[in-house]
Design a protein around this ligand. Structure first.
Ligand code: KG4
Ligand code: ZN
Length: 395
C-alpha cells in the first residue's frame, strides 16, 4: 500500500510517500520520496514559532513541496502539455469550498494539479493534532482537496494521524523489520519536543497511555528559551547542544561550578517541571552575565546535565512501574547527542532502547506515513469530518 503523508503541525512543511506492507506483526516500510521544508529561519526573529506566519508559509509551500516529492518518487508524473487533465466542475466546486480559507494554496493547487497524472497512492495520511491549529488546518484541507481530486471510483481516503504517535512509531523506520521483531511490549516512550514532554506507556502499537507529563514548559521550549537568554539563534536546542559539547571537551577540563536545580526529580510521580530550571538560568545570568563563548558553554553544559539527570530518574521510575521491556526516546529533543548517549549508557544493558535516526527525531512526514499505516491496520472507521485538534492527547 502506498501512503502519501502530510505534516504541517508546527514550522515544518513535510510530505512523504511510503510503501508499507507486512501488517501489524511485521510492518515494513520503503521510502519512495520524502521532503521537509523548515521555516525555522523565518521564525528566528520572533524567537519561536509565530502561528499566523507558519500558516501562511504552509499555504505557500505545500504545492512546491508536493511537486518535488512527486518528481523524486514518480518518473513520468507529468502530462505532456497540452494534455492537461481538466478538473471536473463538480470537483472544482468542492475543492474551492475545501480551500476557501487558503486562497494562495487554492490558486497554486488549481494551476499545478491538472498538469500531473494522479500518482499511484492508496491513502493520504495527515497530522490533525496536536500542534498549532491554523497550521494543522492547512495540511488537513490540502489532504482533503487532494483526496477529492484524485478519488475516482476508487476512493483515496484521508487518515488523520496523531503527531505524537508519529514520533513514537518513527523508531520503526530505519530499523524496520529486523528490530521490529525484537520489540517487546509493553514499551515506555519518552517523548521530548518543542511542545511536549511526556512518558507514555505503549501496550502495543495504537494503545497509548500517558504516565506522566510536564506541568509547565516542554523541554524543547526551555532549550529554545535558554538559548535566547544566551543570545543564540532559534531553534536553540542544537545551539545549546553544540556549546555544551564544547564545555565537555575543554582541555584542561574546567570544573563547572554552576549548579541549577532539578525540579521534581524526587517527586513520586512521573511528571516533569521545567519552568523553575528556566528561571534559575535567568537569575544566574542576571547575576553573572555570560559574555564569552566559554561562559555560555558552561551554562549550557550544566543546563543539559540538569535535564538529563531528570530524564534518567523519571525513566527509571517509569520502567519499574510499568515493567517495560523496551524504551523508546523520540521527538525533536531526542536529536540531542548528550541526552541520547547518557540514556544509552544508563539503560542500554537492562532494556532494549530505540531512538530514531537523527533526521527522524525532528518533525517529518515519514513518521506520519508510518503512523497512518498502523492506524489503517487497526481498521478504525474512516473519519469523514476531520478537524484540527490543537490539544489532541492520548488520554
Ligand atoms: O519534534 P519537534 O521537531 O517539533 C515539535 O513537535 O515540537 O521538536 C522541536 C524541538 C525544538 O524545541 C528544538 O530546539 C529541539 O526540538 N531540538 C533539540 C535539538 N534539536 C532539536 N533540543 C536539544 N538538542 C538538540 N540537538
Ligand atoms: Zn514533533
Amino acid at each position: 500500500m502506498k501512503i502519501l503523508a502530510i505534516e504541517t503541525s508546527c514550522d515544518e512543511t513535510a510530505i512523504s510517500v511510503v510503501e508499507a506492507k507486512g501488517g501489524i506483526k511485521n510492518p515494513q516500510f520503503k521510502v519512495i520520496s520524502n521532503l521537509t521544508l523548515s521555516q525555522a529561519k523565518l521564525h528566528a526573529k520572533y524567537g519561536g514559532v509565530f502561528p499566523s506566519l507558519a500558516k501562511r508559509e504552509h499555504s505557500r509551500n505545500l504545492v512546491p513541496v508536493l511537486q518535488k516529492v512527486l518528481e523524486q518518487g514518480f518518473e513520468d508524473h507529468r502530462f505532456q502539455t497540452p494534455n492537461y487533465r481538466k478538473i471536473t466542475s463538480s470537483k472544482l466546486q468542492k475543492i474551492k469550498q475545501i480551500l476557501k480559507r487558503e486562497p494562495e494554496l487554492l490558486e497554486q493547487f488549481l494551476e499545478f494539479i491538472p498538469t500531473i497524472k494522479k500518482p499511484a497512492i492508496d491513502k493520504i495520511a495527515v497530522t490533525y493534532g496536536p500542534g498549532l491549529e491554523p497550521a494543522l488546518w492547512v495540511g488537513i484541507n490540502f489532504a482533503k482537496a487532494l483526496s477529492e481530486v484524485w478519488s475516482t471510483t476508487k476512493r483515496i481516503p484521508v487518515v488523520p494521524v496523531n503527531h505524537m504517535e508519529g514520533h513514537i512509531v518513527s523508531v520503526l523506520l530505519a530499523q524496520n523489520k529486523k528490530i521490529y521483531k525484537k520489540i517487546k511490549f509493553p514499551a515506555v516512550a519518552l517523548l521530548i519536543s518543542g511542545g511536549h514532554t511526556e512518558l507514555v506507556l505503549v501496550k502495543e502499537w495504537g494503545d497509548y497511555k500517558i504516565l506522566g507529563q510536564t506541568r509547565d514548559d516542554a523541554v524543547g521550549e526551555v532549550f529554545d528559551k535558554v538559548a535566547r537568554m544566551l543570545d543564540l539563534p532559534y531553534p536553540g536546542g542544537p545551539e545549546i547542544s553544540r556549546l555544551a559539547d564544547q564545555a565537555r571537551n575543554l582541555k584542561p577540563k574546567i570544573k563547572n561550578l554552576i549548579n541549577f536545580p532539578r525540579p521534581m526529580i524526587n517527586s513520586p510521580d512521573l511528571d516533569f517541571s521545567f519552568s523553575g530550571l528556566k528561571t534559575a538560568v535567568l537569575y544566574h545570568l542576571q547575576k553573572y552575565p555570560a559574555k564569552t563563548t566559554e561562559e555560555k558553554s558552561l551554562i549550557a553544559e550544566e543546563f543539559e546535565l540538569a535535564v538529563v539527570e531528570i530524564f534518567l530518574r523519571k525513566i527509571k521510575k517509569a520502567i519499574e512501574q510499568s515493567g517495560a521491556k523496551t524504551l523508546i526516546v523520540a521527538g525533536g529533543v531526542s536529536a540531542n547527542k548528550f541526552i541520547r548517549s547518557e540514556i544509552e549508557r544508563r539503560f542500554g544493558k537492562e532494556i532494549e532502547i530505540l531512538i530514531p535516526e537523527f533526521e527522524l527525531s525532528t518533525d517529518n512526514a515519514l513518521m506520519i506515513a508510518i503512523a497512518g499505516y498502523l492506524k489503517i491496520l487497526r481498521k478504525s472507521k474512516t473519519q469523514k469530518n476531520i478537524k484540527a485538534e490543537g490539544n489532541l492527547s492520548f488520554n
